[in-house]
Ligand binder design. Structure first.
Ligand code: GDP
Ligand code: MG
Length: 154
């Protein structure tokens, strides 16, 4: 399992407007994952329709797209070992009423249509979603830093 595995995590408009960016980022940081890209965006409808293309025949699809268009989204890429699967575990089950307490959805949400966050469900989806939401130059690398994070001098 690669330590450079990446996943796409988004804080949906309800999460942004409820002030949950900080707590959600904290959970990923505290677990040890690395934030390699972040931006606040109000994407065009076409991007959201592509993002949720697999669900386009579901009755809730139009409502889902309008909800995602209802305000800024905090789009992020997180990196680390097994981050796709573990990211989903940190988010909790799709339906917040089925999400365990201690997960983001289990702590902050009740309705499936207002479930605060998105996370890629497989490595392949993560790659597709990252390419859809981010340009290569928006993603940083920590690997080549010559500086220590904490100490100026050894
Ligand atoms: P996820 O990967 O856990 O986000 O779940 P899905 O990919 O299955 O669905 C995408 C999003 O569509 C979910 O996060 C929900 O916001 C929404 N959604 C899924 N199922 C339902 C549903 O039955 N009703 C409504 N209103 N929204 C749903
Ligand atoms: Mg999904």
């Amino acid at each position: 399992m690669s330590t450079s595995e990446r996943t796409f995590i988004a804080i949906k408009p309800d999460g942004v407007q409820r002030g949950l960016i900080g707590p959600i980022i904290s959970r990923f940081e505290q677990r040890g994952f690395k934030l390699v890209a972040i931006k606040l965006v109000t994407p065009p409808r076409e991007l959201l329709e592509k993002h949720y293309a697999d669900l386009s025949d579901k009755p809730f699809f139009p409502g889902l797209v309008s909800y995602m268009l209802s305000g800024p989204i905090c789009a992020m890429i997180w990196e680390g070992r097994d981050v796709v699967k573990t990211g989903r575990a940190i988010l909790g089950a799709t339906n917040p009423l089925a999400s365990a307490p201690g997960t983001i959805r289990g702590d902050y949400a009740i309705d499936v249509g207002r479930n605060v966050c998105h996370g890629s469900d497989s490595i392949e989806s993560a790659q597709k979603e990252i390419a859809l939401w981010f340009k290569e130059e928006e993603i940083v690398s920590y690997k080549h830093s010559q500086f220590d994070w904490i100490y100026e001098k050894p």
